[in-house]
Design a protein around this ligand. Structure first.
Ligand code: ADP
Ligand code: MG
Length: 705
């Protein structure tokens, strides 16, 4: 190794986690007994003593101040989907008009931000504005821009979850409880907790800020509302895994460094399918930490982009006709002694355990595919799911040929062999080694088994991964709880495992599909199988308050009926607001930018026609006249659609009383009319002089950086 390489390696090691109050910092800075007490709280969920909290808070403050911090904040994740923080300084006045730096255990454990301006879906009447934040000690505190950030959960004064983290933590608890029951029944006496692990792959677009600033739609809605197809799109597929350009490489390098400082295990980065699209994937961690880290990743991407004169777009579909962005949520379960429960393993006993946990997920996903679908629904994802690129809106599971074959044999009375020739009898012999799906073998499946984890590919690129993982954990907990009920009563565990697996396979095999999920035939086939096809966010949201959903979430104490109803309200309102903003932005661009530009061009042409005619009676003005007719006709249609959209918005307001109906009108009328307005707008873009066109085009934006 050359010297330069050594230094670089050392510097990564020094950088990594340097802004995190992690386990190493805790160990060196806390008295042994305090460290032990805190670890018990972190690892086993035991309540934290007030005196312990005081010592931890003080150590945290000293650490933060040494690193130049002046403030602290309770960092939380309200239902807006982004993070929120309210900064307090450490200073505390003394009697002699001086100040000292102070931070108490009480301040660490509990905060009281004004909750009135965060969405609560009616949970918290405005006069009872107080909510509180509670320290989540399972996710380490970190430093960001001179502020000590303490990850917290955010609740109403009466204890209802006002955020995305509280239900996530509850769902992890629920899954752990049920999974440990199953492990015990299978003879495991050592594991005391089961954690879910997540590695979210994040897709995003990077564009030039100068161009971004010229587009109201990007600024206000995160996506383009107009824009004709560029002469070159992604057809050449020359961007995917292509060489990363220098300006982008500089940006990515800085993103990595910033993320490493925050302890985020940013690992791979590459160009994606669409021009200007990229991906960043971390190494997986426990769900709770992975969720916090994904929030930090999105924030860092945006922040660092700005430093480079770039803008990071996290929207699911910034450009029509170009591939959109998603998040691949790689998910698994592992014991606190380090066993991945979705790893087939090498011994017959491992195989038995693997098949039980695998089939539990199959059952969970089939029974609650609608809830899982709802967890990926947002306004942006409506442009992807079901359209011809991202996974369709129908949930199915890709298992791969080998496992599907094993499943088929289990269904017919116990597997004896597998396609690769290995011998298989549950609990007696071993599974053949399963190939890990590292290739892009089936990119079309929304929920794919990839060797030792499931990859949920529907997740929205801009959204928090808390929602989808809360659902995954809860539905898996439910399936495992029913399996545990049976195993705990069984006399012969092996044969009970055999019959449980067989029953689940028989009952839920309809959810398994290894073919092309984009094909038209699959939509028909899925319908025959009775799989739900929930096409839009507005159709998905009511799933949150279905009886079966309420029963599921209440049984596992993840979300109460009241909390589910509040989410239902918030999601609907959010949908309405977003479409409303998009419609108003479109009208602004149409009336104040496109129409004036076209009018200017029309009068230019008319003038030229006059001039040509004056200059020579023999000269032809046919081309100009034809163009003039085309322009004015298209403008006419465009203008009519402006009127229609304005009327649609007015009419929509009349249905404001009933939130669901209101949202449906926004989708069926407002959103539909926006599509028509766009058609004419994009047509105009292709015939108006590019020097006059009022904002940068797709070709300008996508191929600029
Ligand atoms: P891909 O082919 O999709 O790139 P990788 O094996 O590189 O697959 O993994 C993608 C993501 O899955 C990474 O973030 C990785 O850390 C994560 N991952 C791997 N194992 C697990 C696991 N047991 N639980 C959760 N995520 C995992
Ligand atoms: Mg992947």
């Amino acid at each position: 190794m050359g010297n330069e390489q050594v230094t670089r390696q050392e510097s990564i090691e020094n950088t990594f986690g340097s802004n995190v109050f992690n386990d190493a910092a805790l160990r060196t800075r806390l008295p042994k007994n305090v460290y032990k007490a805190l670890k018990k709280t972190i690892d086993e969920g035991l309540p934290l003593d007030a005196s312990v909290a005081d010592v931890v808070a003080n150590a945290m403050k000293d650490w933060a101040i040494e690193k130049g911090a002046t403030h602290f904040t309770h960092w939380f994740q309200p239902m807006t989907g982004i993070t929120a923080e309210k900064h307090d300084s450490f200073i505390s006045p003394t009697s002699d008009s001086q100040v000292i730096a102070e931070f108490s255990g009480k301040e660490l454990i509990k905060g009281e931000p004004d909750a009135s301006s965060f969405p609560s879906g009616g949970l918290r009447a405005t006069f009872e504005a107080r909510g509180y934040t509670a320290w989540d000690c399972t996710s380490p505190a970190f430093l960001k821009d001179g502020t000590l950030c303490i990850p917290t959960a955010f609740c109403s004064y009466t204890g209802e979850a006002l955020d995305k983290k509280t239900p996530l933590l509850r769902s992890m608890e629920a899954l752990s409880k049920q999974a440990v029951r199953v492990l015990r029944a299978l003879g495991n006496q050592t594991a005391t907790r089961v954690l879910t692990t997540v590695g979210p792959e994040q897709e995003y677009f990077i564009i030039d800020k100068k161009l971004y600033d010229q587009r109201k739609d990007l600024i206000l809605t995160g996506r383009t509302l107009f824009g004709a197809k560029p002469p070159k799109g992604q057809e050449l597929e020359d961007h995917y895994f292509g060489c990363i350009k220098e300006r982008i490489a500089g940006f990515m390098h800085e993103v990595d460094t910033e993320l490493w400082k925050l302890g985020v295990l940013a690992k791979t980065k590459h160009n994606e399918v669409a021009p200007a699209q990229h991906e960043l994937a971390p190494i997986f961690s426990t769900t709770n930490v992975a969720t916090d880290h994904n929030q930090l990743t999105m924030e860092t991407l945006k922040k660092v982009a700005a430093r480079h004169g770039l803008v990071c777009l996290l929207h699911e579909k910034p450009f029509a006709g170009v591939n959109g962005s998603g998040k691949h949520n790689n998910w698994s379960m592992s014991t606190n002694d380090g066993q991945n429960l979705l790893d087939p393993g090498k011994t017959p006993h491992d195989n038995e355990q693997f098949l039980i946990f695998l089939t539990a997920v199959v059952q969970a996903v089939d029974e609650y595919s609608d809830v899982l679908r709802a967890s990926a629904a947002n306004t942006g994802n409506d442009h992807r799911l079901g359209a011809n690129e991202a996974p369709p809106a129908i949930i199915s599971i890709f298992l791969g040929e080998q496992l599907t074959d094993i499943f088929a044999q289990l269904e017919n009375g116990g597997a004896k062999s597998s396609k690769s020739g290995g011998e298989l009898r549950i609990g007696v012999s071993t599974l053949p080694a399963l190939p890990k799906d590292t290739t892009d073998r089936n990119r079309t499946s929304p929920f794919a088994f990839t060797g030792n984890k499931f990859e949920f590919r529907m997740v929205a690129s801009s959204a928090s991964i808390a929602g989808p993982n809360t659902v995954l954990n809860t539905i898996a907990a439910e399936a495992l709880s029913r399996i545990a009920d049976r195993l705990e009563k069984a006399k012969d565990i092996d044969s009970e495992v055999q019959s449980i697996v067989k029953e689940i396979v028989t009952k839920h095999k309809r959810i398994i599909f290894n073919g092309n999920n984009y094909a038209e035939e699959w939509v028909k086939e899925a319908e025959k199988r009775g799989l739900p096809n929930i096409k839009s966010t507005v159709d998905a949201i009511p799933v949150w308050i279905k009886d079966a959903t309420v029963k599921l979430f209440e049984k596992h104490s993840v979300l109460s009926k009241v909390e589910l109803h509040s989410r239902y309200e918030i999601y609907l309102e959010n949908y309405i607001k977003q479409i409303n903003i998009e419609a108003l932005t479109m009208l602004h661009m149409a009336k104040r930018q496109i129409v004036p530009a076209v009018v200017q061009y029309v009068s230019q042409i008319a003038e030229t026609i006059g001039k040509v005619k004056t200059a020579s009676s023999k000269a032809s003005t046919g081309v100009q006249e034809e163009l003039l007719v085309k322009l004015t006709q298209t403008l006419d249609g465009f203008s009519k659609n402006i009127d229609s959209l304005e009327k649609a918005l007015e009419d929509a307001e009349k249905t404001a009383g009933d939130t669901l109906k209101h949202a449906q009108i926004y989708r069926d009328v407002v959103f539909a009319t926006m599509g028509k307005l766009r058609e004419d707008g994009d047509k105009l873009e292709t015939i108006v002089d590019s020097k006059i066109w009022p904002f940068p085009t797709y070709a300008d934006i996508l191929f600029n950086v």
